[in-house]
Design a binder for this molecule. Structure first.
Ligand code: NIG
Ligand code: FE
Length: 415
């Protein structure tokens, strides 16, 4: 006999249902169920609605009832659509150098930056990486992040990239959050590679990509398009091969200079991430495309740069997700809610736009159709904040934390 779980009554349930994937959103567009309840079964949402109605429905089911006695607002679990949480070591030196006036690229050229983390990640054992990912994922889970994208890109050889992606697969088995993996073997050209940039990318796409498929390590391919990383022309064979093999494409685009977002749109990428340097032309291009524009306020805060033009992107009609970019260099904070709230303040985003950016629009940035909204049949990833008013969540700038987190219908956090 199936076991159903009824939870509620919640002061408010913010379902995030019925909202458009693209464009600006007002708070008035949000569906708010006052005194709502939710029934879950088999890791999914069975029904959602006013508590009186839902508890009546529950009478005919084999239900376990979890009464919520205090004031709570329930939302879909948050989704962090861009992280690099598989890494060894730290980069506190970069922080100090940046604040003494050195630029990100100068630090990278002087031996810091991504290559420093590559060296430290290569030294780490698989088990050390698994444990590091689990610890970071657990922290995210406690903050209400129930799905986390994780990139490789600190291995930069076939074997070292595989080590990272296998560590992610192992961590995914053992941690509560879902980890969505991405191969970022084109993060930078490895300094120790014996050959040209084209040789490296060819080796990755012809040797590594088939192993990724065979071992089912990821269905997503990413590249960092930037001076000091890869150029739009050099990356073409890598993305052509990825597309041909059926991988989803995502791009680190327009972080310091433009060019990356055009590549993202050309390849019909699922998302183009960063976009701090995007201007009117890029904004219009992204708005017309199916590519989700993912803002990474954590990197802007970390590097002291401007934010991605989220307001302009939304007004032009783009879909905007917000992710943490959690990494040891540009975004060590790793707190999605704080960063999303801050982006909202600087970019003048509504509550609806920020919350969409870390729920259903973040799901779209990962090509996931089974989560990010509280709706019958979708994954029962739910979070409940101790407040009567959903507006308090962003107002507190990430300092109000969820008291309850359900992952696939199972209570994972209860504080
Ligand atoms: O998304 N921009 C490139 N990659 C990362 C930074 C990684 C690092 O500095 O280690 C980012 O910001
Ligand atoms: Fe990144």
């Amino acid at each position: 006999m199936k076991k159903y779980t009824l939870i509620g009554p919640f002061k408010q349930i913010l379902t995030m249902a019925g909202l458009p994937l693209k464009g600006a959103l007002s708070d008035q567009q949000l569906t708010i169920i006052e005194n709502g309840g939710i029934i879950m079964v088999d890791e999914k949402i069975y029904s959602v609605g006013p508590y009186a109605q839902i508890s009546e429905e529950a009478n005919n089911l084999n239900v376990e009832n979890l009464l919520i006695l205090s004031d709570m607002v329930c939302l879909p679990g948050f989704i962090d659509a861009h992280t690099h949480i598989c890494f060894g070591g730290i980069r506190a030196n970069d922080y100090a150098l940046r604040n003494s006036g050195k630029t990100y690229l100068e630090i990278a050229k002087a031996g810091g930056g991504i290559w420093d983390t590559v060296t430290q990640t290569r030294k780490a054992s698989t088990l050390e990486l698994v444990n590091a990912i689990k610890e970071r994922a657990e922290r995210h889970m406690n903050n209400g992040v129930t799905t986390i994208e994780v990139k490789s890109g600190y291995g930069l050889s076939v074997q070292e990239e595989l080590k990272m992606l296998r560590a992610m697969a192992m961590a995914n088995e053992e941690c509560q959050a879902d980890l969505i993996t991405t191969c970022l073997a084109a993060h930078m050209f490895p300094k120790d590679y014996q050959g040209t940039v084209d040789d490296y990318l060819l080796e990755i796409s012809t040797v590594l990509f088939p192993i990724l498929k065979k071992e089912k390590l990821t269905h997503r391919i990413d590249a960092f398009l930037e001076e000091g990383a890869f150029s739009p022309s050099s990356i073409a064979p890598y993305f052509d091969k990825a597309k041909e093999m059926g991988f989803d494409i995502t791009v680190h685009a327009d972080q310091f200079s433009t060019g990356g977002s055009a590549v993202a749109v050309k390849y019909d990428a699922i998302s183009a991430d960063h976009l701090e340097a995007s201007r009117e032309g890029e904004i219009q291009m992204l708005a017309k495309s199916n590519t989700v524009a993912t803002a990474l306020p954590g990197a802007s805060i970390g590097l002291g740069c401007n934010y991605a033009p989220a307001r302009k992107l939304l007004d032009a009609g783009a879909s905007v997700a917000i992710a943490s970019d959690w990494n040891p260099g540009s975004a060590p904070m790793g707190n999605l809610l704080i960063q999303a709230a801050i982006l909202g303040t600087f970019e003048k985003l509504t509550n609806a736009e920020v919350l969409a950016g870390i729920t259903y629009r973040a799901a779209a940035a990962l090509n996931l159709k089974d989560r990010g909204i509280i709706e019958t049949g979708l994954m029962a990833d739910l979070i409940a904040f101790p407040t009567c008013n959903y507006k308090e969540i962003l107002y507190h700038q990430g300092m109000l934390l969820p008291s309850l987190v359900w992952k696939k219908g199972r209570l994972a956090v209860d504080v």
